[in-house]
Design a binder for this molecule. Structure first.
Ligand code: HEM
Length: 301
């Protein structure tokens, strides 16, 4: 369905989504999921159902609510995707995953890139006055390097896997390159001087990542470490994907803020980040289905 300007309208644009944040339960990094007899089934009550969204939102939004929701939820979904990658790869370095596992890894990396874009749709001035300001109050050197779920999968992103040159890994390598380009792109978009909070505090704050810094990071993104089962991991991921779908369908990728839009990337100069613009939901949906399927097969158990 298109509006009078030819913009795509998703079916969910009728109701304004609640955009209610929730804590994300995750096991400590490296900790196995709890055994559970609960089956992971296709669950119609939380399937996204909406795969279309307008790029430029029509309805005016409450920027504080929408962009805070996107920043926290975009990160929470990224954490879950990193955890799903860990379930495939663990700490193994020498054994190459199977072809379906490599495909799941590549789609999860692309879904993480999609979440980088989704989180970064905040207008730059609002990002600095609200989001970055709050992160700097949490800690002056607040940094993505403190993300507890990232460290165990960092070697995927650093291209340090011994089997990375195997032709079967080509799609994963391309997804990792797209991810690096997307992170660089959104960092330059939101912070044109390029200096992260960590870099700005380098003179005064130790670069070592401590448990306390990880806890500050987790608590900022409403992440609670607790033993959970795979089913308790998958369902909240599906719920969040459905909510992101409802948000995008109602508010567009680039929401209407006082009659203005603040696009992150619009043209070919955006490179591979541009390819994500119409594919945020479909990529996320595919990753979630593959992760749930992998869990069904007991991969990483
Ligand atoms: C949109 C959400 C973002 C996520 C999920 C994210 C995630 C991450 C992660 C996981 C790392 C660690 C990489 C590693 O250790 O190899 C990192 C590092 C870094 N990120 Fe981001 N990032 C985001 C936004 C930004 C923004 C807006 C900037 C702008 C300055 C930025 C600048 C950096 C820099 C410079 C580093 C290197 C370490 C540091 O100085 O903190 N990132 N990011």
């Amino acid at each position: 369905m298109n509006d009078e300007h030819g913009r795509l309208i998703g079916p969910g644009q009728i109701d304004s989504p609640a955009l209610q944040l929730r804590p994300l339960l995750l096991p400590a990094p490296g900790q196995e999921f709890e055994p559970s007899s609960e089956e992971i089934l296709d669950d119609d009550t939380v399937e996204p159902g909406i795969s279309e969204y307008g790029i430029f939102g029509v309805h005016p939004v409450d920027p504080e609510r929408v962009f805070w929701y996107r920043w926290i939820t975009g990160h929470q979904v990224s954490f879950a995707l990193w955890r799903a990658m860990y379930d495939i790869i663990g700490y193994r370095r020498d054994n190459m995953p199977s072809a379906p596992e490599l495909n799941t890894l590549a789609v999860c990396v692309d879904a993480y890139s999609a979440m980088l874009l989704y989180s970064s749709t905040v207008p730059r001035a609002h990002y600095h006055s609200h989001i970055r300001h709050r992160m700097s109050l949490q800690h002056p050197a607040f940094s993505g390097t403190w993300a507890p779920d990232y460290r165990p999968v960092r070697h995927i992103f650093r291209g340090k896997l011994p089997w990375r040159d195997n032709p079967l890994c080509a799609s994963l390598a391309e997804a990792v390159a797209r991810n690096a380009a997307t992170h660089d792109y959104i960092a330059a978009h939101l912070v044109p001087n390029g200096r992260s909070l960590l870099q700005q505090s380098a003179q005064t704050v130790s670069a070592t990542v401590s448990r306390e810094k990880e806890e500050l990071y987790d608590s900022f993104f409403l992440t609670v470490r607790r033993p959970i089962s795979r089913a308790q991991f998958i369902r909240p991921l599906r719920v969040r994907v459905a909510e992101v779908g409802a948000d995008l369908a109602h508010n567009g990728l680039y929401p209407n803020v006082d009659g203005h839009h603040h696009p992150v990337v619009t043209g070919p100069s955006g490179g591979s980040t541009m390819t994500l613009v119409p594919r945020v939901l479909s990529t996320l949906d595919e990753a979630t289905r593959l992760v749930a399927g992998q869990q069904l097969q007991g991969v990483g158990a």
